[in-house]
Write a protein that binds this ligand. Structure first.
Ligand SMILES: Cc1ncc(COP(=O)(O)O)c(C=O)c1O
Length: 399
């Protein structure tokens, strides 16, 4: 007899538990700052995407509170019905200007922005090339698009070129109508940076579009925090920028910035935009305030990069392998999955929270502790974390 749905689901959950892949959530009580209280224990938070600490910046809080008082709590309709408020357009104009693009469109989340842009620009008869370490929202967008998807080895330009040139010459279905390259700017589990200049060169040669996911680069990379393109000193009109307000900008929502025609097309085609309620006005207000702060308070970013350098140097001196990380996301390679989880528990008990990351999120043998720095971490906090990593790493024979 076949299993009931309850029996089937319980069996699946049991399977996840016995294979060590069951996911549970840590509960934070009180506010989220550089220290948090998890299960009643005060720990230094080393896993937030609030890289600039803007989520608790007084100007963001005040902007949100004031918009809340003025406009209420929700937009209560899709942008295309009656949810399009002045503040949404103000945020889009500000984002476009910040990214140096003609136009921008905002989505309720970054996840939805990726789904929206990829499924709008690629479909049946098209080819998408996606870096093997791209974020899940890109992977899902590629799957939903109906296009042929080729995953290229991480940052491998030669392979990318080879696939594109084959795609131009012929394919199983003849030449593709359109070819699209999608890449993270800063890779979320490894903290390294995509080779954007080379990708744009190849795209130009092979007449492909490029979507750059700057979720972890916006607010962090480049002289003015504009992201990966600014980091490399590039302005390319054909580049389509995706990003989030939910990480360094301390707010919520995703955006696509690019040419006027692409954004107009997305407004008419991107299903997550059309069929979802618009962002609450208070959230737009805090995103607007965050962009203002990026422009007016560059010292916050300087502080973040100082913290990154202090922490990375400390880890290297202790003998940890931080992989190819170049940014605020610093993985600490352990290798074995169960040792990684043991280490994560040990540092938690000593007052540091950074999650262990195992397969299938990362490849077999590449389990790691994923740490991320904030501008608001103090030197004392970083030094305390390093001391814990030293004592627990030695105790578990990791270093
Ligand atoms: C690279 C990347 N892209 C997109 C997203 C989705 O952004 P959001 O959390 O705003 O939905 C994330 C979030 O984890 C991400 O890491």
């Amino acid at each position: 007899m076949s299993l009931t749905i309850d029996q089937f689901l319980k069996q699946e959950l049991e399977r996840l538990k016995t294979s060590g892949l069951y996911r549970d959530m840590k509960r934070i009580t009180g506010h989220i700052d550089t220290t948090v209280s998890i299960d009643g224990k005060e720990v230094i938070l080393l896993s937030s995407n609030n890289y600039l600490g803007l989520a608790f910046h007084p100007k963001l809080k005040e902007a949100a509170a004031s918009a809340l008082r003025e406009y209420g709590t929700g937009a209560c309709a899709s942008r295309l019905i009656s949810g399009n408020m002045e503040i949404h357009e103000e945020l889009e104009n500000k984002t476009a200007k910040f990214k140096g693009c003609q136009s921008a469109i905002v989505f309720p989340t970054g996840y939805m922005a990726n789904i929206g842009v990829i499924t709008s620009l690629a479909g049946n008869g098209d080819l998408i090339l996606s870096d093997e370490l791209n974020h899940a929202s890109i992977i899902d967008g590629c799957k939903l698009s109906g296009a042929e998807v080729r995953v290229y080895p991480h940052k491998n330009i030669e392979k990318l070129k080879e696939i594109l040139s084959q795609g131009n010459a012929s394919s199983s279905k003849g030449s593709y109508k359109r070819m699209l390259i999608v890449t993270d700017g800063v890779f979320s589990m490894d903290g390294d940076i995509t080779p954007l200049p080379e990708i744009l060169d190849v795209a130009r040669e092979e007449d492909a579009l490029v979507i750059l996911d700057d979720a972890h680069a916006t607010g962090v990379l480049g002289e003015n925090g504009k992201g990966t393109a600014e980091h490399f000193g590039l302005t390319d009109e054909n580049l389509i920028h995706m990003g989030t307000f939910s990480k360094a900008l301390g707010s919520m929502g995703g955006y696509i910035a690019g040419s006027k025609v692409i954004i107009e097309y997305l407004r008419n085609n991107a299903r997550p935009f059309i069929y979802s309620t618009a962002l609450p006005p208070s959230v737009c207000a805090s995103s607007i305030a965050a962009i203002d702060i990026l422009e007016k308070e560059p010292s916050i970013r300087t502080r973040l990069w100082r913290n990154i350098a202090r922490f990375r140097k400390g880890l290297t001196n202790l003998g940890y392998n931080t992989m190819e990380s170049q940014t605020q996301i610093i993985p600490i390679l352990i290798g074995d999955a169960s040792l990684t989880m043991k280490f994560a528990t040990a540092i938690f008990q000593k007052g540091v929270y950074a999650p262990g990351i195992r397969p299938p999120t990362v490849p077999e043998g590449k389990s790691r502790i994923r740490t991320s720095l904030m501008a608001s971490h103090t030197d004392e906090q970083i030094d305390k974390v390093l001391a814990v990593f030293e004592s627990e790493g030695r105790r578990l024979h990791i270093i």
